[in-house]
Design a protein around this ligand. Structure first.
Ligand code: FAD
Length: 562
């Protein structure tokens, strides 16, 4: 199996290629040129400086060599037992191994790492080979009171990989990169079984040999793993059509400190409550997912992407709602609000974007919204769905903006996190948050969340830019994905975002949104879990944890409120 590239410690992408920009032709280029003007076209820089009250300034991260790690605390006898179980090369407590498995990739994680803080580093990194070794190490760690944090791709956006424990117990990371192989492909049943450390690109390469695809494409696709997707209930860019990751899991193996659970055996079952559903989304708090079986489909013979414009956000939402009611939502659905539409057109620069801005103005959609839609599958089916959706979108005031808009989105779909690093280098706060609500609650959730973020991040002479899009559609509602840009408070960057995030979370819950649509709970959302599932709901989760993990060693810093 080919080596999977590591993520850089202080940002996105493999080490050494953390500078990115979008070239005029639309492709993402990784370059050694750190200048902001290579990343952001001039109109975009001017737009952001004007909107935010932002003065671009060079704020590079401290050199990686200067990042400080606390001394490792794994007791010698425990280390010796782990070495006897896993082999010396699979129990690492050197600086490099620990640093590379420190935290995830939320804004808070990046600010800490960029400032040289790795106080949440684990004490050691373990790399088991299989389910049996994982179960044995969980039993061993439980016996010795050592906290275990499962680690997939390390892309958590919600503090899911916290390496500290309130009881100050030693913490080990279980890195699943040695369990990244294909186990089996059952072509007649359209099922694939794989190790949890396998990433999307490797899985898609393996499935291509059978003319199959999983089709799960989150923005973190290059680095995130199958186990991580299952543990967080991830959603990909085509999840409106393909289904969320939780819809795609047919079965899994969960190693826990008290034994191994094998869940999901048939395409459907009425054998009591769904324990598989309990393991999916458990975020490492019940044990380690050591194998996943997933539903796959034939590779699409055609993929069509196109853009549409609407006079207003309300008109765009109404059009999507009607598509949903008639079961005509495309596989990819992405409706940007006016702020995001304007920023995207300025950010992409170039003659094409200028022409599109002119076209939108001429049809009275200058302050409106762009919608990107995509269909995948057999050409005859795609054509029929596209035709039916087109007629409804037209009836609802939509105007076609052409295939170039859709294709440009497809080309740039993984660019965002690379660009974020560049903006962080120049004094900006850049973070995202997400929720979902019913169609009837969606406008109120949108208004309340944006208002809370704007109020929390405004200071004299400065205001944030809050850009929103509908990222996934359902029969009964949709998800909202918000991107926040603001002039960073260089003295108190963590507090600046924590205050805003707290206000936004309170607001979206009060307006009827869910705590999280696809990023999961992690450490960042755990204080609000009882508002989502109720106090008795939290009690149920605690009771399950007490059965599987009586010593509370499995990722205790996430999901369940402290
Ligand atoms: C730039 C960026 C873009 C993103 N885009 C998306 C997106 O489009 N859609 C989306 O859904 N998410 C997105 N995310 C969030 C993140 O990629 C997902 O949560 C993903 O599912 C995490 O996978 P991972 O392998 O990196 O898991 P990790 O980050 O390593 O772990 C995430 C959580 O799962 C637990 N875990 C990991 N593996 C296992 C296992 N085998 N068994 C038990 N627990 C485990 C960890 O302990 C942790 O709590 C994005 C994040 C970033 C930084």
């Amino acid at each position: 199996m080919a080596e999977q590239p590591e993520l850089t410690v202080q940002g996105w992408g493999p080490p050494g290629t953390r500078v990115a920009h979008v070239a005029e032709g639309g492709s993402l280029e990784l370059t050694a040129d750190a200048a902001l003007k290579r990343t952001l076209p001039k109109p975009a820089r001017k737009h952001l400086a004007r909107e935010l009250g932002w003065t671009p300034r060079h704020t590079p991260p401290v050199p990686v060599e200067q990042i400080e790690l606390p001394p490792g605390r794994l007791p010698g006898p425990v280390r010796a037992e782990l070495v006897a179980l896993l082999g010396v090369e699979n129990v690492r407590d050197d600086r490099e191994s620990r640093l590379r498995r420190t935290g995830g990739k939320s804004y808070l994680d990046l600010v800490r790492r960029r400032s040289g803080d790795a106080s949440d580093a684990p004490d050691a990194v373990l790399t088991p080979a299989d389910t049996a070794q994982t179960a044995a190490l969980l039993e061993l760690c439980s016996r010795h009171g050592v906290v275990v944090v499962p680690f997939g791709g390390g892309t958590s956006a919600v503090g899911g990989l916290s390496g500290t424990d309130v009881d100050d117990r030693p913490v080990v990371v279980v890195d699943l990169s040695r369990m990244a192989g294909l186990v089996s492909v059952d072509v007649p049943s359209s099922l694939v079984t794989a190790g949890p450390g396998m990433r999307g690109p490797a899985l898609e390469d393996a499935l291509a040999e059978h003319d199959l695809t999983l089709g799960h494409l989150p923005q973190s696709w290059e680095f995130a793993t199958l186990g991580g997707y299952a543990a967080t209930r991830s959603a990909g860019q085509a999840s409106t059509g393909v289904g969320r990751f939780d819809d795609l899991v047919e079965g899994l193996t969960l190693a826990t400190p008290t034994g191994v659970l094998q869940l999901g055996h048939a395409p459907a079952s009425a054998a009591g409550p769904d324990l598989l559903g309990l393991a999916v989304g458990s975020e490492g708090t019940l044990g380690v997912i050591t194998e996943v079986t997933l539903r796959v489909r034939p590779r699409p013979r055609t993929e069509q992407y196109e853009g549409w414009s609407f006079r207003s956000w309300a008109a765009g939402l109404a059009a999507l709602q009607r598509l949903a009611r008639h079961d005509l939502l495309p596989d990819v659905v992405r409706l940007s609000d006016p702020d995001e539409t304007r920023a995207n057109l300025l950010l992409s620069g170039g003659a094409g974007a200028r022409a599109l801005r002119g076209a939108l103005r001429s049809r009275g959609h200058g302050a409106g919204c762009l919608l990107v839609v995509g269909w995948q599958g057999l050409p005859t089916i795609v054509r029929a769905r596209q035709r039916a959706a087109t007629s409804l979108l037209r009836e609802d005031g939509g105007k076609r903006a052409g295939t170039r808009v859709g294709e440009a989105w497809e080309r740039h779909r993984f660019a965002g996190p690379y660009l974020r690093d560049r903006l962080l280098d120049h004094g900006l706060l850049v973070e995202t948050l997400e929720t979902a609500a019913t169609w009837s609650a969606l406008p109120a959730v949108y208004d309340a969340t944006r208002r809370a973020l704007r109020e929390a991040l405004a200071t004299p002479g400065r205001k944030p830019l809050v850009m929103t899009h509908v990222s996934h559609g359902y029969a009964t509602g949709a998800s909202l994905y918000l991107t926040v840009l603001a002039d960073r408070d260089d003295d108190l960057p963590l507090q600046q975002w924590l205050t805003a995030k707290r206000a936004a979370t309170d607001a979206l819950l009060a307006a009827g949104g869910t705590l999280t649509h696809h990023h999961a709970v992690g450490a960042d959302h755990r204080p609000w879990l009882d508002r989502e599932v109720g106090a008795r709901g939290v009690d149920v989760l605690r009771a399950v944890k007490a059965t599987l993990d009586p010593e509370g060693i499995c990722n205790p810093g996430v999901l369940l409120p402290s």
